[in-house]
Design a protein around this ligand. Structure first.
Ligand code: SAH
Length: 258
């Protein structure tokens, strides 16, 4: 019997954001691997084994899942959001690249999910309506000076910026430092969106400006979107504001960047 490995995106937390393809892969799996809180989101199924692991054990989780699939099992590895965005899909590919030849002949599929930045953007309007980029602020896998260089480049080039992994207990100062960096390049009024636990019961979305954006507003479950010089806020009576980045760029802004 030949095994199969599905790398499955669960979306940001709301079960309505789990695609039918992801749900089918999860119900077919004999063994499911993932970070504990993500595994808790997978509906229980008789006969299916669960293999929770810590969120820093991605390489070991990937090799365990690959071994199990190579033995002939139908295996799913889950990620929150999309598995290709700062998550398990690359970890699986890294292990296939360096692992035994038999892993290259495995049936491996990647099942996309709604990534946090799209879920947050959809709550508030269209902050990613024009060119944007995504950056992880975690310096576990890359040096902090490189992150600063990328923040500079993104802000100078006029991208809206989605910041994943803004802060954690082990990384308490990086987010404040990133905001300071961005203030060098962007006007104080640049809209900043904090989307926390989007799609879950304790969801919170807050809009502020770069000058008032504060460290404390973010935690590990927060995705931050920093707008551009052209991102606008529409205040609405009796409703939450809309934030959008227009599709076309103002000529003077474009010339200033170029
Ligand atoms: N693969 C995931 C991202 C993993 S990195 C995805 O595609 O969304 C983990 C980071 O994602 C968190 O620190 C946070 O910045 C963001 N994130 C994940 N789920 C979120 C949610 N429901 N609401 C807001 N941000 C979230």
């Amino acid at each position: 019997m030949s095994g199969r490995l599905a790398v499955v995106g669960l979306g940001p937390g709301n079960e309505r954001y789990v695609t039918p393809e992801a749900a089918a892969a999860l119900s077919d799996a004999q063994a499911v691997y993932g970070y504990g809180p993500y595994l808790d989101r997978v509906p229980p199924r008789a006969g299916q084994s669960r293999h929770p692991s810590d969120n820093r054990e991605e390489a070991a989780r990937a090799t365990d899942a690959l071994h199990r699939a190579a033995q002939g099992a139908n295996v799913a590895v889950v990620s929150g959001g999309d598995p290709g965005v700062f998550a398990m899909a690359a970890a699986i590919c890294e292990q296939i690249a360096t692992g035994p030849d038999t892993w290259r002949t495995l049936d491996v599929v990647f099942i996309p999910g709604i990534t946090a930045m799209l879920a947050v953007a959809a709550r508030i309007g269209a902050p990613l309506g024009h060119d944007f980029c995504a950056l992880s602020l975690s310096d576990n896998l890359k040096p902090w000076p490189l992150i600063e260089r990328r923040l500079d480049a993104a802000a100078q080039a006029g991208f809206a910026i989605a910041l994943y992994n803004p802060i954690s207990r082990a990384r308490p100062w990086q987010f404040a430092s990133a905001l300071e960096r961005l203030r060098r390049h962007l006007p104080p009024t640049t809209p900043v969106i904090f989307g926390r636990a989007v799609g879950r019961a304790d969801e919170q979305v807050v809009v502020t400006a770069l000058q008032t954006a504060a460290n404390e507003t973010a935690d590990m479950a927060t995705l931050v979107i920093v707008g551009t010089r052209e991102t606008r806020v529409i205040e609405r009576p009796g409703r939450s504001p809309l934030v959008y980045t227009p599709r076309g760029i103002n000529r003077a802004v474009a010339e200033a960047i170029a």
